[in-house]
Design a protein around this ligand. Structure first.
Ligand code: ZN
Length: 193
C-alpha cells in the first residue's frame, strides 16, 4: 500500500469513528434511540449520496414561513448557495486533477480524496446555510411580528425530530427549530421591542 493510501484510509477511519461517536452522543442527549438512517450517515462514501436532513418539508405555509421564503429570495440566498456549489465543483476538479497528474493517484485514491474534501466542504456549506436561515428568520420576524414567528417555530419544534446543534451542523442545511427559536429570541429582542 502506498503512503498516500495509508493517509487516505487513516482519514476514513478517523471520520468513521467520529461519526459513530456523534451518533452515540445524539442518542444519549436527544431521543434515546437510533433512527433508520444512522447506518447511511456513518459509512464513508455512502454518506456522500445521502441527502441533508430537511426542514419545513411538511409545512404548508403560514405568514412566517412565507415571509421567510420571501426573505431568502430578496437576499439572493439561492444564488449564494449555487455559487458556493459551483466553486466547490471547480476546487474539486483542480485538486483531483493535480492529485492525478502530480501524485499519480489512481481512481480509488481519487474517489477517497473527493470524499474527504466533500465531507469537510459540507461542514462549511452548512455553516453558511445556517447564517442565511437566521438572516431570513430575522427579516421575516420583523415583518410578521415576533410573536407570530415564535409560534411558527414552536409549532415546527413539535413536528421536528429532535437533534443537537452539533448534529445539525454536520447533517443539516437548516438549524433546528430549537436553535432558530434561541437565535430569534436573542437577536430580535431589542430591534422588535
Ligand atoms: Zn430557509
Amino acid at each position: 500500500m502506498s503512503f498516500a493510501e495509508w493517509i487516505l484510509i487513516s482519514a476514513l477511519v478517523v471520520e468513521f469513528v467520529l461519526r459513530v461517536l456523534l451518533e452515540v452522543r445524539e442518542v444519549r442527549r436527544m431521543n434515546g434511540k437510533l433512527d433508520r438512517f444512522t447506518f447511511f450517515r456513518i459509512l464513508p462514501i455512502v454518506n456522500d449520496v445521502f441527502p441533508a436532513e430537511a426542514n419545513f418539508t411538511s409545512d404548508h405555509g403560514g405568514a412566517f414561513v412565507n415571509a421567510h421564503e420571501k426573505a431568502h429570495a430578496e437576499l439572493h440566498h439561492g444564488i449564494v448557495r449555487r455559487s458556493l456549489q459551483g466553486g466547490f465543483a471547480l476546487l474539486c476538479v483542480l485538486t483531483l486533477g493535480a492529485a492525478g497528474v502530480y501524485l499519480r493517484f489512481n481512481l480509488v485514491e481519487l474517489l477517497l480524496l473527493f470524499h474527504l474534501i466533500f465531507a469537510v466542504a459540507k461542514l462549511g456549506f452548512h455553516m453558511i446555510c445556517f447564517a442565511e436561515e437566521y438572516e431570513a428568520d430575522f427579516v421575516a420576524a420583523k415583518r410578521v411580528q415576533r410573536g407570530v414567528a415564535i409560534r411558527a417555530l414552536e409549532s415546527l419544534l413539535l413536528k421536528e425530530f429532535p437533534r443537537t446543534s452539533l448534529f445539525a451542523y454536520v447533517y443539516r442545511t437548516h438549524p433546528t427549530a430549537q436553535m432558530r427559536l434561541g437565535r430569534i429570541s436573542r437577536t430580535c429582542k431589542k430591534s422588535l421591542r
